[in-house]
Design a binder for this molecule. Structure first.
Ligand SMILES: *Cc1c(COP(=O)(O)O)cnc(C)c1O
Length: 383
């Protein structure tokens, strides 16, 4: 039997009932379920604001545009970011006409606070911190650094639905956090995301910009709902970034099961760790202090990654890689070589199958295969 990296689990009947409600009511767009999902997400996370979007990618872009307007940031101003991420995190900076400045990661695969500090210049405006696989890494040190240096901290929480730090859901002390509910994330819909600003005025601006810059207040103020619906103003060139009720309907169901699913993911992770206890040919990736990870990923490090993947594929086991060093893409080749530790790690990391369909026995089979096939040469990466 084939063992895949990710297989999303949907509670199909419950999803269909939520979607049916949208269809019967004739309300599939923004509003209705999107508002219900925003409310449920705020209740679940304890975050102050939440606006439902069509993806995390657009959310990261929107976060930067809101701050650009608010603080008068200029084109070419700098955002410190990681080379070990999905390309969205870095494209978002380019969408906003700002400059990605790559800092190195540490052994948690998240940005290293010391490396961030070395990259700060007079044009640095923000840091995008990616919680890889749900790991909070050294987030608290990054938070302190950003506060001290007057930088905005943007949390790319694409893997972090249900991740907690010191018992609180992540994002509460970020300036803005952005989550992904894409098809294979740990809170799956099909494509959607949530942007959560700490400041209500920023949330308000994001809502305007995510719907083409339309200022809904103007018609709300007329108090004649339905009569003067066209009497809105348009203050900015906004985007078509908001989410819809069909996605929110699925999200509402997935959210109900998030804690249960994440608990099972953490169980899988501890089974994997048991498999690798004492194995000197496999390095595990440590969680940051105080982290209760969503365990979107379970990652290990090996020196013979390509051979290992090939051999596992031959046994019908299909792990993944998160991620290739982004500075090795043509788009970001200017920064090639600036983050040697990230680069070395990007050649070692393997993400083992992690989803609700993986059993204890699957972990035994995968664990035995990896123990047998992995090689670790500790001389290759100087930490
Ligand atoms: C998936 C992902 C994104 C983008 O999320 P979408 O909802 O697909 O736009 C951004 N950052 C990271 C780290 C991701 O894994």
């Amino acid at each position: 039997m084939t063992i895949q990296l990710f297989v999303p689990k949907f509670r199909v009947d419950e999803c269909l009932a939520e979607i049916r409600e949208c269809l019967e009511r004739g309300w599939t767009g923004m509003g209705f379920k999107t508002l219900a999902f925003e409310h449920a997400w705020k209740t679940y996370t304890g975050l102050a604001n939440a606006h439902f979007l069509s993806s995390n990618t657009v959310g990261l872009h929107l976060a930067l545009e809101v701050y650009k307007k608010k603080y008068g940031w200029q084109d070419g101003d700098e955002v410190i970011t990681t080379p070990l991420t999905f390309i969205s995190s870095n494209h978002a900076i380019v969408y906003a006409n700002m400059k990605p400045v790559f800092a190195d990661v540490d052994e948690t695969l998240c940005l290293d606070p010391f490396s961030i500090e070395q990259r700060i210049t007079s044009r640095t405006r923000a840091v995008i911190f990616v919680g890889i696989g749900g790991n909070t890494g050294h987030y608290k040190k990054v938070r302190e650094l950003c506060t001290r240096q007057g930088l905005k901290l943007i949390l790319d929480g694409a893997h972090m639905a249900g991740s907690r730090l010191d018992g609180s859901h992540v994002g509460q002390d970020a300036d803005v956090s952005v989550f992904s509910f894409q098809a294979v994330k740990n809170l799956p819909t099909a494509d959607s995301g949530m942007i959560c600003f700490s400041d209500a005025a920023d949330d308000h601006m994001a809502r305007q910009l995510s719907w083409l810059g339309i200022n809904k207040d103007t018609f709300a103020r007329t108090g004649s709902q339905g009569v003067y619906k066209w009497m809105y103003d348009v203050e900015n060139v906004g985007y078509k970034y908001h989410g819809n009720s069909i996605m929110a309907a699925i999200g509402l169901v997935s959210l109900k099961y998030l804690d249960e699913d994440n608990a099972y993911r953490r169980q899988l992770a501890s089974w994997y760790e048991e498999e690798f206890t004492g194995a000197s040919n496999i390095l595990s990736v440590p969680m940051g202090p105080g982290c209760e990870s969503s365990r979107h990923l379970f990652q290990v490090r090996v020196s013979n990654r390509e051979e290992l993947l090939q051999a596992l594929n031959e046994r019908d086991i299909y792990p993944g890689v998160h991620y290739r060093d982004n500075t090795h893409y043509q788009m970001y080749a200017d920064s090639h070589g600036l983050c040697p530790f990230s680069h070395a790690l990007s050649e070692e990391v393997v993400s083992l199958p992690m989803h609700m369909g993986i059993t204890r026995d699957d972990v035994r089979v995968i664990g035995a295969a990896v123990r047998e096939l992995a090689v670790y040469d500790s001389g290759k990466v100087a930490a």
